[in-house]
Write a new protein. Structure first.
Lengths: 366, 561
């Protein structure tokens, strides 16, 4: 899956395992390598091992097995404070008894930097996150967004090459989160730093990252750029986890060339692109993105397979319409259509036919 | 359309609000403040009712006794109440060292002590003055026994003159009113009805002013304290001496024209009185005890004759009253200053050792997983479930010369058998035992404060390049200071007033001021001094609390959350 042998790797995990209790592995055989300057997101449900990986990289947890390398050197035995890795925490972890400026000066102070240099760097760092006017305040006097900006500035002020972020925007409201997402990616690219970002919010992962590692059950399920991850999920977990997804279960009837025929459990036969199926007779889950489904006969692609569907619910969401259908025995088939002037608004009870391109429909593991 | 309407009215209202500049009004036009107060009044009343039982309880059982105690530390009515005539007469005395008061003062002293000894008050005054002047107690006891003899000089002479004066009935006939006499003659003690209260004959007080006044005291004493039949009671010798004084006094003319009951006997006595042998009160008192002929006792009585005194407080800070105002006691008599300093010093030691021992425990408690933390917490709380006396006595067993600790040290060869450590009945013993007993009061606030410091702060500090020590000292420790503050205040204030443990393990050098207070309350019965010491202790604690608030800030004290 991951290219562990890359020569330009800056951060490398090699066969890393982690167990807390000696019975269960929280991280199972993790291999990952990232080049300098990359923005990599570890995405996964809680308990999937992503935060543990981050903590091992930061040095707060030790790997039970395997090697973690930073810039080619193994850091397994280097204590956290000597790793020179910046870190941003979910609860900001700004020291409440220090002012904002003192918080920022702290990493410089422990590095024995002179006072004037320190002040200059703190000022630059605060200006960089538009917090220049707040140096004298205490963290408690700042809003959540401001605190996170300060935390970010503090993680960057000592110019680390690698910055780790542990769900830094988790406690903020949606609008602020979007603003900060943009600011963080902008900063990261501007400064050329390498970022490992942990989140369980897939939108965040997709919009910010160069590559996303999807974690589940202690393993990386897929490591790919956001567009590939969304459009070409490699297994049904990733398909389900990233974005909205329709799943139809069935049995492979026949594989020929680039496509396969799937007999659905709820009745009907569809064509799909075989991804994780190798031979006829295997069970499979077919995944189709809601926005790739078409019900307008005029726009139906040439040669698309169609299924009968009944409209159960129509939800107006402003920019899009979200329609829930009953298809092949499942009540949870969603389609999304753009709110265009000529778009049809479906009504519950309406009988329609839906179809899609075979290549948009991926036959994954059952 | 309606949307547009509401929009305009909302805008109008806003505009109107901007133009209005008076006090904020509620919807019904009353000032907002008043209607807010009305809305809150019910809530306030309910809150008050809820705390009322505790408030009353605290007022009655706590505030009032403390106020009473503080009052006792300055209250000094006993001297004036017991020696009213003497203290008044003493105003004439210059008070110079080496002199003694004039004769009238000794006469007043005789009268006062006579009344006091009948009421058994002179020994109490003796004990009170003994706090200020050693020997006063025995002086008053001796004098109480001796005053009987002084008055008897006149009693004997009157009785020798005429047996009439021996009989209580005759005295009552002269001094009692006719109505009362009629009632008392019919009254029988066995009947169970209360004795008719003595009533003075009209006009008799003008003729025999001194006798009458003492006769009133005498009658009251016999009827209410002794509960004997006054009619049959023979008067005190004091009455005879007053009677003689009246005969020789300003009212001699009135006596000559007296025509009431016993007129013949009175005329006879008035005629004989100038030839009577007189009493030199001063000589009589000096004969009882030569101290009455020296100035110290008189200086003390005069110094303590006002109703309120600073004497207890002076005493509590090792000072005493003297002719030149308050001054320090001789060096070998000073104890309280040392004791206060020792109490403060040892409380500081105990607080510091509690911090040293408690901080790591608090840390462990706050950072362990919940299950183990709970178990450890039970161990911390265990001392609370054991009786204080048991714990302190256990320390006695542990620390004595042949105790567990010494035995172990000898066995390990750390100390020689003949130089076993003195760990008890001194300051070391008190500090060890008190540290153990007060430790939970340090650990609990530390724990609850440390519990609120998220571990991510330490991680953040380390990720920023701080070593373990720097991260702890610069980031964790400052945030745990409120816990140290709360624990220190608790431990320090508890230990400064601790009594039972120092009493048991402290010996003589390891006791606190509270042990001295307890001694004065229960053994020497010098409550005034105990109250003064307690008041000073209270003031010291409040002063330290104030200083603490100024330096650390009481807002920085947290007991949790």
């Amino acid at each position: 899956m991951a290219d562990t042998s890359a020569t330009n790797a800056f951060v490398e995990f090699e066969r890393v395992q982690k167990s807390y209790d000696g019975e269960n592995l929280v991280v199972k055989d993790l291999n990952l390598s990232m080049p300098k300057g990359e923005f990599l997101t570890m995405l996964g449900p809680s308990g999937s091992g992503k935060t543990t990986c981050l903590m091992m990289l930061a040095g707060f947890e030790t790997a039970t097995h395997g090697d973690i390398r930073l810039d080619g050197k193994s850091i397994n035995n280097i204590p956290p404070h000597k790793r020179g890795i910046g870190m941003v925490f979910q609860n900001y972890a700004l020291f409440p008894h220090m002012t904002v400026a003192e918080n920022l000066a702290f990493p410089l102070e422990v590095r024995k930097m002179g006072k004037s240099d320190r002040e200059e760097k703190v000022k630059i760092a605060l200006d960089r996150v538009q917090m220049g006017a707040f140096g004298g305040r205490r963290p408690a006097q700042l809003s959540g967004g401001q605190q996170q900006r300060v935390a970010l500035a503090r993680a960057l002020v000592f110019e680390p090459e690698l910055v780790l972020m542990d769900e830094p925007l988790g406690a903020l409201d949606k609008q602020l989160r979007e603003t900060l997402q943009f600011e963080i990616t902008h900063l990261a690219h501007e400064l050329g730093i390498t970022v490992v970002y942990v989140t369980h919010d897939q939108t965040e992962a997709l919009t910010m990252s160069d590559r996303v590692a999807v974690f589940e059950n202690g393993r990386i399920q897929q490591l790919a750029p956001p567009d590939l991850l969304y459009e070409e999920p490699e297994n049904s977990f990733v398909a389900q986890f990233i974005g909205e997804n329709n799943t139809l279960e069935g049995v492979v009837k026949e594989i020929k060339g680039g496509t396969c025929l799937v007999q659905l459990d709820g009745g009907g036969m569809i064509e799909a692109k075989p991804i994780n199926v190798t031979q006829a007779g295997e069970r499979t889950r077919v995944s189709i993105r809601p926005e790739r489904v078409e019900f307008n006969k005029d726009r139906m692609p040439e040669g698309a397979h169609t299924l009968k569907a009944e409209v159960l619910e129509f939800v107006y969401m402003g920019d899009i319409f979200r329609t829930r259908l009953r298809v092949a025995g499942t009540d949870n088939f969603i389609i999304k259509t753009r709110n265009a002037p000529d778009q049809v608004r479906l009504k519950p009870g309406q009988q329609i036919e839906i179809g899609w391109l075979a290549e948009d429909c991926r036959a994954l593991d059952a | 359309m309606s949307d547009v309407n509401t929009a305009t009215t909302a805008l109008d209202a806003e505009r109107a609000e901007k133009e209005y500049s008076g006090p904020m009004l509620a919807a019904d036009g009353t000032p907002l403040k008043r209607s807010l107060n009305r809305a809150l009044r019910r809530q306030k009343m309910r809150a008050l009712l809820l705390i009322a039982p505790l408030l009353i309880f605290v007022l009655v059982t706590f505030i009032a006794p403390i106020a009473d105690m503080l009052f006792r530390s300055v209250e000094n009515e006993i001297v004036q109440n017991t020696l009213p005539r003497t203290t008044k007469a003493l105003d004439q005395w210059s008070g110079e060292d080496g002199t003694t008061p004039d004769a009238p003062v000794y006469k007043a002293l005789y009268q006062d002590i006579y009344v006091a000894q009948e009421r058994k008050l002179h020994t109490r005054l003796g004990s009170r003055l003994n706090y200020e002047l050693t020997g006063a107690s025995s002086l008053f006891r001796k004098s109480g026994r001796g005053v009987d003899d002084i008055g008897e000089v006149y009693q004997d002479q009157f009785e020798d003159l005429n047996a009439f004066w021996k009989k209580g009935e005759n005295w009552n006939e002269i001094f009692g009113s006719d109505a009362w006499l009629a009632q008392i003659k019919d009254w029988k003690k066995a009947s169970g009805t209360p004795q008719p209260v003595f009533e003075m004959r009209d006009g008799i007080a003008d003729i025999f002013p001194q006798t009458a006044s003492y006769y009133l005291i005498f009658a009251d004493f016999v009827q209410t304290v002794d509960e004997d039949n006054l009619y049959k009671e023979d008067p005190w010798p004091l009455i005879y001496s007053a009677f003689y004084d009246d005969m020789a006094g300003d009212t001699a003319a009135a006596i000559a024209s007296y025509s009431g009951p016993g007129a013949t006997e009175i005329a006879e006595a008035a005629a004989a009185a100038p030839g009577f042998e007189t009493v030199d009160y001063k000589a009589a008192f000096v004969k009882i005890d030569k101290d009455w002929g020296a100035s110290p006792i008189w200086g003390t009585i005069r110094a303590y004759s006002p109703k309120f005194t600073s004497g207890y407080f002076l005493n509590a800070v090792d000072m005493q009253k003297s002719a030149d105002g308050p001054q320090l006691r001789p060096e070998n008599e000073r104890i309280y200053g040392t004791l206060f300093l020792r109490t403060l010093f040892m409380s500081v030691c105990i607080t510091l050792s509690c911090i040293l021992l408690g901080y790591p425990v608090g840390w462990i408690l706050a950072n362990l997983p919940a299950r183990s933390a709970n178990l450890l917490m039970i161990l911390v709380l265990l001392p609370f479930w054991t009786s204080l006396l048991v714990r302190t006595s256990a320390w006695k067993v542990m620390l004595q010369q042949q105790g567990v600790v010494n035995d172990t040290l000898v066995w390990l060869g750390v100390v020689a058998d003949d130089s076993r450590l003195a760990l008890i009945n001194n300051q070391t013993g008190t500090i060890i035992a008190m540290t153990h007993i007060l430790l939970p009061f340090m650990i609990l606030p530390l724990y609850s404060v440390m519990k609120t410091v998220p571990p991510s702060y330490l991680r953040a500090a380390k990720s920023l390049g701080a070593t373990n020590w720097t991260a702890f000292w610069r980031v964790y420790f400052p945030q745990s200071v409120p816990g140290i503050g709360a624990g220190s205040i608790l431990v320090f204030i508890l230990s400064i007033g601790y009594y039972i443990t120092p009493e048991i393990v402290g010996g003589t050098t390891g006791t606190f001021i509270s042990n001295r207070i307890a001694y004065h309350i229960s053994s020497s019965l010098n409550w005034g001094l105990a109250a003064a010491l307690g008041a000073i202790l209270l003031a010291v604690v409040l002063g330290l609390y104030y200083a603490y608030d100024k330096i650390v800030g009481i807002d920085n004290v947290k007991l949790g959350g």
